[in-house]
Write a protein that binds this ligand. Structure first.
Ligand SMILES: NC(=O)c1ccc[n+]([C@@H]2O[C@H](COP(=O)([O-])OP(=O)(O)OC[C@H]3O[C@@H](n4cnc5c(N)ncnc54)[C@H](OP(=O)(O)O)[C@@H]3O)[C@@H](O)[C@H]2O)c1
Length: 254
């Protein structure tokens, strides 16, 4: 991670850029003078967002196409970003994710498969080449949006939660691998955020705006946090939830 001075700021890739949280996070990097490369499947929305960031922050903003389902393409994402970037890539923020209703994920394997592929498989496939590149350069950062849902399996969304739990374990190992190379890995664990994914879901509480989440994610990366709950108090909520004994937890409606 570079400092805040625009002259020293490098390029940051934001994957799943059409997420409102990703957009807000990209905005924070652009505001700090970083070049930004936006990767998303909806290229019209991606281009509109790039134009907006260029005008607002007068920083280079490029776009690349990213379709999480196309696993064969992921190894090339780094190269495609390098072709578009003016200078080296210094970091990646992986924000792509997918969640459907738990009932849909239980009904046949198609939705469960997509949930696992977008949240876990695509993340690993995209991040591994970035990890190798940063390790060789001995600098860079990787930040990924997991979820508090990955901290404990609950009947209401355990398929999504299990993909995020796998992602958390992957990032933990990656952090351990990259530490000697001075490459830092931040696992972001958001609570509820007011986005397209959570729209209309029942039982939401303590919902954070995408703008506030973007600021918190940027700050966590800037401060080289290992694991950042967003907002911070979810660390304590999840601490309590994780410590409920299993013989009690399995009887609860969550
Ligand atoms: N919202 C919450 O309460 C909450 C809580 C904890 C964690 N999270 C995590 O935060 C991250 C951002 O999510 P969000 O809340 O901003 O939801 P969102 O608006 O649905 O954003 C998800 C992003 O992933 C992209 N995506 C989904 N499937 C894809 C695919 N097959 N190929 C390429 N891109 C794909 C979406 O693209 P399109 O715009 O084209 O659909 C969008 O850019 C996700 O990892 C999510 O799991 C969210």
């Amino acid at each position: 991670m570079t400092n805040d001075a625009p002259a020293n700021a490098g390029n940051v890739v934001v994957v799943g850029a059409t997420s409102s949280v990703a957009r807000a996070t990209a905005g924070e990097f652009a505001r700090a003078g970083h070049g930004v490369i936006l990767a998303a499947r909806d290229m019209d929305a991606n281009e509109r967002m790039a134009s907006d960031l260029r005008v607002r922050y007068e920083t280079p903003v490029e776009t690349v196409a990213f379709e999480a389902d196309d696993l064969t393409e992921h190894a090339q994402l780094l190269e495609r970003c390098q072709e578009r970037a003016d200078g080296p890539i210094d970091g990646i923020v992986f924000c792509a994710g997918f969640m459907d209703e738990q009932a849909a994920a239980q009904d046949g394997f198609a939705v469960a498969h997509r949930t696992i592929d977008v949240n876990y498989t695509a993340a690993v496939a995209v991040i591994e080449p970035f990890a190798a590149h940063f390790e060789e350069r001995r600098s860079g950062f990787i930040a990924v949006l997991g979820s508090v849902a990955g901290d404990r399996g609950r009947q209401s969304n355990y398929i999504y939660g299990s993909a995020k739990a796998g992602l958390h374990a992957y990032l933990e190992g990656l952090r351990n691998r990259l530490f000697p190379a001075d490459v830092f890995v931040t696992t972001v664990k958001p609570g509820f955020m007011d986005t397209k994914m959570s729209f209309g879901l029942p039982g939401l509480f303590l919902v954070m705006s995408p703008e506030a989440a973007g600021k918190a994610i940027y700050k966590a990366i800037h401060n080289r946090k290992n694991v950042a709950y967003v907002p911070w108090f979810w660390r304590y909520i999840m601490l309590i939830i994780r410590h409920v004994p299993e013989f009690v937890f399995k009887r609860m409606k969550m």
